[in-house]
Write a protein that binds this ligand. Sequence first.
Ligand SMILES: Cc1cc2nc3c(=O)[nH]c(=O)nc-3n(C[C@H](O)[C@H](O)[C@H](O)COP(=O)(O)O)c2cc1C
Length: 235
Amino acid sequence: MKKIITLLLMVCMCISMAACGNQQEADNTASASDNTANEENQSETTEPEVTEAPESSTEQAEVQEPSAEAETADTTEGGSSTLVVYFSNTGNTRAIAESISNGLGADVYEIIAQEPYTEADLDYGDNNSRSTVEMNDPSARPAISGSIENMDQYDTVYIGYPIWWGEAPRILDTFVESYDFTDKTVVPFCTSASSGMGSSASTLEELAGSGNWLDGQRFSGSESAESVMEWVNGL
Ligand SMILES: Cc1cc2nc3c(=O)[nH]c(=O)nc-3n(C[C@H](O)[C@H](O)[C@H](O)COP(=O)(O)O)c2cc1C
């Protein structure tokens, strides 16, 4: 009888030990799947970081492309609503005009005298030079070669010139009297050795008789494109 009870006890012990082992296995499996879940969670949080970077750089490329195309279209098709007009003999005013037109993608028109100015014409030390004679005569209107056919297209017109004897050269008088600036914003600018704009812009505004003329700006011959555009963007 004792043997039978002992055998029964041993069988019971074996069964309970086997049950414990299964439980441990089940526990291990659960914690392993928890780890897998954790790993999956971690990979879920890192994946977007990995994929977001290429996505956002694609977005940057998409934003840049249309604006570059628009700029090209404006300048090549001449469809800009802004025109930069300038008169220049030694290149100073031309350089400022180019900074503005490049910065804005604007169209450009150079005032060219029908009779080009020679070096002798520009000699301000000579009382009889062409420039001196013209500047001493308020009614002088030197002729311009060519004209702007599509002036209606522009709602903003920059007008650049060198200072001659404190004023705009008389050929600018010819220019402003040749066009109607009604409903246009006019932005004068000039270059000089040292003088300011003085009354040059207000004289041109009066002769034009139309347009919304903004305060102008005088530049030296060596102004950087950045500082020119700083002024333009602040208008
Ligand atoms: C006939 C003449 C008169 C000038 N008068 C003045 C003047 O009164 N004040 C001044 O600061 N510079 C004067 N200058 C210098 C020019 O304004 C300056 O060199 C200007 O930047 C030239 O522009 P441009 O290179 O676009 O022709 C004069 C130049 C010339 C040719």
